[in-house]
Design a protein around this ligand. Structure first.
Ligand code: GUN
Ligand code: ZN
Length: 465
């Protein structure tokens, strides 16, 4: 049965660059979204212009209809590791808190319970699609994929690959052979397992080396070869890049020392260990997402733009771990697609709108000419359409254009008293366009989980059960 939803619609239409997102922002105060039996959008516009008898009516007024949020970097095995005190920045936090915490997923029941919790948190946050950094344990990944399918969310994920590290990382590490075998098995088992066709599937698999410090050159070389084999099947790649640059002992310097490269990105680009025989195929491409990219050189940004590799920008986590701020203007100018990630548990928020709110705050605070006041249209773009683009599924979801699969959320401000009060008493400009932008800004800044009352993927209501 087709359906029609009434409410105030905000979305970023078409396929703009982030610099054009403000102009592409659409606001339809008395809007209607019509969805056919297959879960596709057939109309998005003024309620008065909607086709008659469009199907079952869901009246959300005075609530809002937004595209579902897309989180392009979140850690499943850190479901219970948010706000972990690590006594330091990235590398200390990983060794002290995160590796031991992720090791608990060796227990099948614990991993299954975490998969349920993880999906519940995603539904509460309205995250309809996500690139999920997976657990090292195949049974935990089985739980994640099965539970995600059961509730009806989208996911791209792969087991976190580690073949070297210190003592606390040992339970997460495998042999070189197993690193490749287990990833290959995960692809065969779960990639497009729900429909058998990558173009229609909700489930996709990624190749996920944790970061260059967690794998050997041999692993990267073997993963490059594996990716070369499966790239055309729509398999993804996910990892971290240039997150922490504490001089001498931070992630960036340690990686360059270990691999003897001038650019961290080279390690993912098959160009490690120059002058040696160890090198190989690239892991970069239009289905590759690298998280953070706070400290990139121009050559790295150029190479990412050239290959279509996307960034997952995670300002909540970057503050929590003292990683710094991805330079917004410079990164945008490079032409690389920038999407948004919670990086939960490095980040301590599940909500992409909280990531957008922190993005606004950190970028307006950048020094001198670098500081920028993000437009609410750019913020919404970052948390929705740019994420769909990073997942190479922009043709399927990310906004509410006719023909797309209907991934959307209902926001009912009355469920969050502070948001409700802010919107009710908002001082609006006399200029209608500015007034509309001001309302969206207040909405994005003020959404908390209780205000997200309904979540739909491909036209199906997704509920935690
Ligand atoms: N780099 C390698 N592993 C991790 C992780 O789990 N979280 C973050 N934020 N960075 C990483
Ligand atoms: Zn991360």
């Amino acid at each position: 049965m087709s359906q029609v939803h009434y409410g105030h619609i905000y979305h970023v239409t078409g396929a703009p660059k982030v610099t054009d997102a403000a102009d592409a922002l659409v606001s339809i105060p008395d809007g209607a979204l019509v969805i056919d039996d297959e879960g596709r959008i057939t109309f998005c516009g003024n309620r008065s212009e909607a086709p008659e008898d469009s199907g079952t009516v869901f009246d959300h007024r005075p609530g809002f209809i937004l595209p579902g949020f897309v989180d392009t970097h979140i850690h499943f095995p850190q479901t219970y590791a948010g706000d972990a005190y690590g006594g330091g920045q990235l590398l200390e936090w990983l060794n002290l808190c995160i590796f031991p915490s992720e090791s608990r997923f060796a227990d099948k029941d614990f991993a299954q319970q975490a998969a349920v919790e993880f999906c519940t948190r995603r539904i509460a946050a309205g995250t309809t699609a996500a690139m999920v950094f997976g657990s090292a344990f195949p049974h935990a990944q089985d739980s994640l994929f099965a539970e995600t399918l059961r509730v009806g969310l989208r996911v791209v994920s792969g087991r976190g690959i580690q073949t070297q590290g210190g003592e606390t990382a040992t339970p997460l590490m495998t042999s070189e052979e197993d690193a490749i075998r287990l990833t290959r098995e995960e692809i065969e088992k779960w990639h497009a397992a729900d429909t058998g066709d990558v173009a229609t599937a909700l489930l996709h698999v990624a190749i996920v080396p944790r970061f260059s410090l967690s794998v050997t050159t041999e692993t990267l070389k073997n993963l490059g070869e594996l990716y070369d084999e499966v790239r055309d099947r729509g398999v993804y790649v996910h990892s971290h890049l240039n997150e922490n640059n504490r001089p001498g002992t931070g992630e960036v310097d340690s990686t360059k020392d270990l691999y003897q490269v001038n650019s961290y990105l080279d390690t993912y680009d098959g160009k490690f260990l120059p002058g040696s025989t160890v090198g190989g195929k690239s892991l970069l491409g239009r289905r590759t997402i690298l998280a953070h990219c706070v400290h990139c050189q121009d050559v790295e940004l150029e190479r990412m733009a050239e290959t279509g590799t996307s960034i997952s920008h995670c300002p909540v986590s970057q503050q929590f771990l003292g990683s710094g701020t991805m330079p917004w203007k410079r990164t945008v100018a490079s032409g690389v697609n920038i999407s948004a990630g919670t990086d939960f548990g490095g980040g301590d928020e599940w909500l992409i709108s909280k990531v957008l709110s922190d993005a606004f705050k950190v970028h307006i605070s950048e020094a001198g000419d670098a500081g920028v006041s993000m437009h609410p249209g750019e913020m919404l773009f970052l948390g929705t359409l740019a994420g769909a683009r990073a997942l190479d599924m922009e043709d399927r979801f990310g906004n509410l254009d006719v023909g797309k699969e209907a991934d959307f959320i209902i926001v009912d401000p009355s469920q969050t008293p502070t948001l409700d009060a802010a919107l009710t008493n908002l001082t609006r400009s006399d200029d209608p366009k500015l007034a509309s932008d001001q309302e969206l800004f207040a909405l994005l800044m003020g959404i908390r989980e209780p205000a997200i009352t309904e979540v739909y993927v491909r036209g199906h209501r997704v509920e935690a059960t």
